[in-house]
Ligand binder design. Structure first.
Ligand code: OGA
Ligand code: MN
Length: 231
């Protein structure tokens, strides 16, 4: 007999998955809609993505780190040829660590949710992520670039969550995205706003900021961060 044989596999609750829909911040429909846009345009942004409680917790933690002078000048180039050129990139950063920064575990759960859904909907082979806080002092910027390190081919998706309460037109520090159609788009760094874009193809820059500009910046990786230098 001719015909198509369909095997049904129950993938609703696979035991190996770290995150299931039931404990997610957002619904399947929301993720579907956002990640469709990411697939179509190579970027997407979502307003009020960071829930209120988490936002306040993150802000408090950011301030604590600043008081304790945990931020360091961000570098450009590979780890061997590390150079700090404020004219190219003026931010100060603090790399997050799941163990060191365990107080932020709800934030790491949100990162897990982003990873889980990118795997589900875009079938991306992601296995890890890396995130840092960033602070751009007034009159700093980050020049147009694609990926931060030429050797870092494991960065698949770039992710930003902005932390600028009361940001206003004229404050600067917008993220400029160079779109496939040749048009440029300015994304305001509004508190709680999420931006996702494809790391290898989307040219972008941070416009000169006139106020202190805060963000959470990260990359979803193709392989564990510790193996990054092998590629
Ligand atoms: C970066 C970057 C964009 C932003 O840190 O590589 O592109 O809006 N940041 O902060
Ligand atoms: Mn970048």
């Amino acid at each position: 007999m001719h015909g198509v044989c369909i095997f049904q596999i129950n993938i609703e609750n696979p035991v190996t998955m770290q995150s299931t829909e039931s404990n997610q911040y957002y619904t399947e429909q929301q993720w579907h809609q956002w990640l469709d846009q990411l697939a179509d345009n190579d970027f997407v942004y979502v307003d009020n993505f960071l829930p209120d409680d988490l936002y306040h917790q993150v802000q408090r933690y950011f301030k604590l780190l600043l008081n304790e002078q945990e931020f360091t000048k961000a570098g450009i180039g590979s780890s061997e040829k590390r150079q700090v050129k404020a004219s190219v990139r003026g931010d100060f950063i603090y790399w997050l660590d799941q163990h060191q920064d365990e107080q932020l575990s709800p934030l790491f759960s949100l990162f897990d949710e982003v990873m889980y859904n990118l795997r589900q909907y875009l079938l991306l082979g992601l296995s890890d992520y890396e995130f840092h806080f960033a602070l751009y002092p007034p009159q700093t910027r980050y020049e147009k670039h694609v990926v931060q390190f030429h050797g870092k081919k494991n960065r698949v998706i770039s992710m930003l969550i902005y932390l600028n309460e009361n940001w206003e037109t004229g404050d600067g520090g917008e993220l400029k995205i160079y779109q496939q159609n040749g048009k440029e788009l300015l994304i305001e760094p509004l508190a709680k706003r999420l931006v996702l874009f494809k790391s290898d193809s989307v040219e972008h820059e941070v416009m000169v900021t006139n106020t202190g500009r805060k963000s959470l910046t990260g990359w979803l990786l193709r392989q564990p961060a510790a193996l990054g230098q092998l590629v």
